[in-house]
Design a protein around this ligand. Structure first.
Ligand code: GSH
Length: 206
């Protein structure tokens, strides 16, 4: 049984979604950010950064969204959320997973938590985020998924990030290949399910 520490519609949503897609037993503890539950003494023992997600795997905490997704894909290879080790697609999947973590995930953290970097130039950060959407859009030209011919963890993460862009001057859906891709991902029952479970109603039905 996995135990996920999460908070509504945050980075933990993609791990929640992945657990649903895998069909494995799990429980979720929702932390209330308004109560600063993510900074409680108890939670900081599991996640010293005081952020979500944290996934308890075999009794031990695992942190970092990308790492958790890759670990889950590795532990449940039959579900096909990572290409087989040694394949060409595997190398591309690793590349995209690391790009997602270093690029858009890190930049969106600053977008939503600009106190992390006092003096941050938001216009420059917006341009950086848009450059990531341009890159993803180019990759998706003529492709259904970021890697290979089925959804991987990289697609789950990219779809979640697309929602995070919804209130930006140019959301991800302003790019044509991304718009078609996001619409396909939004049609997945697992994404609809996780939004319903977390009580998130915006964007999913746009
Ligand atoms: N690098 C971490 C970042 C996680 C993160 O920043 N999570 C946010 C929600 S999207 C959070 O927990 N924020 C609460 C806080 O910073 O107090 C990851 O990818 O898991």
């Amino acid at each position: 049984m996995y135990r996920l520490y999460a908070s509504q519609a945050t980075a933990s949503l993609v791990v929640h979604w992945m657990l649903i897609e895998l069909g494995v037993p799990f429980e979720v503890e929702m932390l209330d950010f308004d109560d600063r539950a993510q900074k409680s003494e108890t939670y900081l023992k599991l996640n010293p950064d005081g952020v979500v997600p944290t996934l308890i795997v075999d009794g031990a905490p695992v942190r970092e969204t990308g790492a958790i997704l890759m670990l889950l894909a590795e532990r449940h290879p039959e579900a096909g959320f990572a290409p087989p080790a040694g394949s060409r697609d595997r190398a591309e999947w690793l590349e995209w997973m690391v790009w997602l973590a270093n690029g858009p995930m890190a930049a969106y953290r600053l977008w939503f938590y600009d106190g992390d970097l006092p003096g941050l130039d938001r216009a420059a950060l917006q341009a950086k985020l848009e450059s990531y959407w341009t890159k993803a859009d180019a990759r998706l030209a003529g492709r259904a998924f970021l890697v290979g011919d089925r959804a991987t963890t990289a697609d789950l993460q990219l779809a979640m990030l697309a929602r995070w862009s919804r209130n930006m001057p140019r959301p991800a859906t302003a790019w044509p290949n991304l718009k078609a891709y996001v619409d396909r991902m939004r049609a997945r029952p697992g994404l609809k399910d996780v939004h319903a479970r977390e009580g998130v109603t915006d964007w999913i039905n746009d």
